[in-house]
Design a protein around this ligand. Sequence first.
Ligand code: PHE
Length: 456
Amino acid sequence: MISNESSREQWGSKLGFILAAAGSAIGLGNIWKFPYVAGENGGAAFILIYLVCAAIIGLPVLIAEVLIGRTTNRNPVGAFKLLSGSKFWTAVGGMGVIAGFIILSYYAVIAGWSLGYIVEAIKGEFNNFPEPAQAGEHFNSLVGSLPWIIGYFALFMSLTMWFVLSGVQKGIEKGSKIMMPVLFILLIILMVRGLTLDGASEGLEFLLKPDWDHVNAQTVLIALGQAFFTLSLGMGAMLTYGSYMSKKDNLFTSGFQIVILDTAIALIAGIAIFTAVFATGLAPNVGPGLIFHTLPVVFLKMPGGYIFAIVFFILLTIAALTSAISLLEVITAYFVDEKRWSRKKAVYVFGTVTFLIGLPSALSFNVLSDFHLLGLNFFDLADYLSSNILLPLGGMLLSVFVGYVWGFDKALIELKRGAEKIFERYPLFIKLWQLFVKYFAPVLIFLVLLHSIGVF
Ligand code: PHE
């Protein structure tokens, strides 16, 4: 039995874990990224491919990642060190912590926009933009303003730090238990609003009727990358959350529940956004600006739009916050477990460091907009490096680790704890999990990776 320090915190309940993990998974990836990526890649056809990726790669890797955390009760570095004793695998854990810094540094910048847009919505600013072009200009002037972009970025980082500072049960779990239900309710309200607009059926058709002409190899790769990002896989966030999990809980079914919740939220967000976009006659495929350029116009044209705009940006901010918390928790857990720092010191120091690392990303929209490295500005570089390289690489190495290094003999003993019934009744699921972790995940992710670095 692997050592387990009694002083280490645990989730108060199984639901606490599921909501916190779903909170990590559900974020800007679902509400900001998923709709525009689906919009650009053929709508329903992309969604179908994405669902397959989430089921056959996302879910098995998620289970493997949480399992490593629950087995070791450690942060990513400590977990790999404990299970392998090797420098290489410890470094793989370290890569996760570094990915956490990088993702949080730019993620919090976008989340800051969302926070700022709550204020814009309350001020009624959207009334001034009958066309997306004007909303786009306004957006550009906001992100061009240093006090605006840095101020909201700092505010969002402070909120994130506040939750992580309060600890696993009192901060993360309690926060998720309040914020996640609010998020579900707000999103359902928005979906109903979308569905009841005249012309909503066109939006539904876009989401439900596959357009296979848009689909090619690239679409598959984008869908897999999206599955990784949206499920918070490949950098140790799920591993760290798993490390606070009780051995009595059924990790296998929790994995299913998290993937289903995350996917359901992405789909509901898609319905809410596209019914509204089509009902107001706007274009679905405008890219990352969909939320910040198009939605304000949608809200202006829709009855009750003033309130729905506020609701929407509150929802987006909550979703981003519960994800950012999981990113900062990975870094914090590392310094608390491995370096024996107090939680307070770790959060203050690394919250600040992340803010400083994020400044060049925030400045990419104004003073540093002409600075390019490998053809990308700082913000895009951070996004590209983490989402397209570090996360898939981390996920691939993690599945190789479980499939070949740690080995299924040991992994299955751990997986069985709390899931005895599943092992008895559905042995096929367990077999499939092994098959996917050992062969499918590493090979498919390897292909995505080759694609991201431009090999094909
Ligand atoms: N899953 C989060 C989202 O969809 C992003 C995230 C990635 C969070 C990696 C933690 C780790 O927004």
